[in-house]
Ligand binder design. Structure first.
Ligand code: NAD
Length: 501
């Protein structure tokens, strides 16, 4: 049964009265876009139209990049001491936290993430800004041993103007985690949020200005991928482009960089992450809970979602039974209800995509032991969790990112086969390994091709801390490093300087 009653009065009322600005934020103010073209965003929970936003293009991107470049050259931000930047970024973090409810609500309205997840997400985003601020003066440069008459230094400098293009699955969070490290090391930024959910990011400009970030240092331009996105990716005066989104778009950005100014790229793209469970794990209830949580959180629209479950044959049936029982108990609900943990998919397009993959799984012979599917009697965007068994690596549901609550289950006989299946996709974003065998966990940690491998030997396994830990995808999950001090270094360039006496 699904609960679509009424959201608690507070969120529902807030949703009706919330105010937002749809205009681009350029050079420290909201400006009128020169374009007359618009695009709309919709609430996937009920299909209602939320906003019409200007479909900015090359003109607005050009203004934003010029403002970012001017601010960078003037040094109003780049030439501040790291401590001074850190103080201002701390103010920015506090402002994000004070406005967390409004930012979370905009994300929930535009892409359906339950408010129970989007609100804590904003607090995590504020913390990500604090982590970057605290690290601003910790990127220690190097003095290289050389002959005594020479002092040879490796200096780190900001790259200059950073373009950021972000997806819709964690709209404000991903936007903020792009902005924070780029600003902390002294860059100026132009952010192009996803056209599916732009509103939360568009409110960040005012918060940044009030916190003391100088004009032109942070610019935010709404628009379509083919318009504002492509204009930013092919701009001749953008030094680095940091992107999170699909692999197909990531590949296009590589082309656009090559066709323009060879701007440096950080690409965090898709995944088909394995959850590998060995028979020595005795806590099958806890494993099942974690597996179901991983594929149903944010309705499976998570880059690191554990969408492939690899189970040692002797415990296959027992684990699948637990997974199916838990997944079948999940109730879809109104994302504005604080008790809802499972909301709609972000859009009708996303729903169509999941439906197509569901059909492909059946056509290719996988067994839908839990069919899930559209939630009865509700709007088109809801899809209840699906579990497929008897999946083979050559099936589309084993290879391609579905980005929905669809779990593909494989049985394996030994460690070698588990590693082979785990590494059998073109992706390499994340992996979870469940075993109590220390030697095996060490072997798996090295053998599985993924940017992060979580080894869990007991219930309550933790996920990667994406702000403190650095993360570098394998294969077509992307390129470049995000997170941690290494993610901040990736936003700088290295200069070798020698002094000879
Ligand atoms: P998407 O690639 O469709 O869009 C992402 C962004 O790119 C949007 O802002 C879009 O407007 C822009 N874009 C699209 N075409 C463009 C072009 N030609 N030039 C420039 N910009 C363009 O992805 P999505 O559907 O918004 O997000 C889902 C994808 O994001 C999934 O594949 C998911 O795995 C991935 N993702 C990855 C991570 C990670 O850390 N690796 C995190 C979250 C999401």
């Amino acid at each position: 049964m699904n609960s679509f009653e009424h959201a608690p009065a507070n969120w529902a009322v807030k949703a009706q009265t919330i105010s937002f600005d749809v205009r681009p934020w350029i050079n420290g103010r909201q400006i009128e876009a020169s374009t007359t073209e618009h695009f709309a965003t919709f609430n996937p929970a009920n299909g209602s139209r939320i906003a019409d936003l200007p479909a900015c293009g090359a003109a607005e991107i050009d203004s934003a990049v010029s403002a970012a470049r001017a601010a960078f050259e003037q040094g109003t931000w780049a030439n501040l001491s790291p401590r001074a930047r850190a103080r201002i970024l701390m103010n920015f973090a506090d402002a994000i936290e004070r406005n967390a409810d409004e930012l979370a609500l905009l994300d929930t309205l535009e892409m359906g993430m339950p408010i129970s997840a989007s609100a804590p997400d904003m607090r995590a985003a504020a913390d990500a800004v604090r982590v970057a601020a605290e690290a601003a003066d910790k990127l220690i440069d190097q003095v290289i041993p050389n002959d005594p008459s020479t002092l040879l230094l490796n200096l780190r400098e900001p790259v200059g103007v950073v373009g950021a293009i972000t997806p819709w699955n964690f709209p404000a969070y991903i936007g903020i985690t792009k902005i924070a490290p780029a600003l902390a090391v002294g860059n100026s930024v132009v952010l192009k949020p996803s056209e599916v959910a732009s509103l939360s990011c568009l409110q960040l400009g005012k918060l940044a200005a009030a916190a003391g970030i100088p004009d032109g240092v942070l610019n935010i331009v709404p628009g379509l991928g083919s318009g504002a996105g492509a204009a930013l990716a092919s701009h001749m005066d953008v030094d680095l482009l940091t992107f999170t989104g699909s692999t197909a778009t990531g590949k296009r950005l590589i082309e656009l960089s090559g066709q323009s100014n060879m701007k440096r790229l950080i690409l965090e793209c898709g995944g088909k992450s394995p959850q590998i469970v060995f028979a020595d794990m005795e806590y099958l209830d806890a494993v099942a809970e974690a597996v179901v949580g991983s594929i149903t959180f944010n309705s499976g629209q998570v880059c690191v979602a554990g969408s492939r479950l690899l189970v040692e044959r002797s415990i296959h049936d027992a684990l699948v039974e637990r997974v199916v029982t838990l997944a079948s108990q999940i109730e879809a609900g109104n994302p504005l209800d604080e008790t809802t943990s499972f909301g709609p998919l972000a859009s009708r397009e996303q729903h169509d995509r999941v439906r197509r993959y569901f059909a492909a799984g059946q056509d290719q012979g996988a067994v839908a032991v839990l069919p899930g599917g559209p939630a009865e009697g509700n709007e088109a965007c809801y899809w209840l969790p699906t579990v497929f068994t008897d999946v083979r690596s050559d099936m589309r549901i084993a290879q391609e990112e579905i980005f929905g609550p669809v779990l593909s289950v494989f049985a394996f006989d030994d460690e070698i086969e588990a590693i082979k299946i785990a590494n059998s996709t073109t992706y390499g974003l994340a992996a979870n390994v469940w075993t109590r065998d220390l030697g095996r966990s060490l072997r798996l940690a090295r053998a599985v091709k993924a940017g992060s491998v979580t080894i869990a030997g007991s219930p309550g396994a933790t996920a990667l801390d994406a702000t403190a830990g650095a993360f570098e995808p394998h294969g077509q999950s992307g390129l470049g490093i995000e997170g941690g001090l290494d993610g901040m270094r990736a936003m700088t360039r290295l200069k070798s300087v020698s002094f000879s006496g």
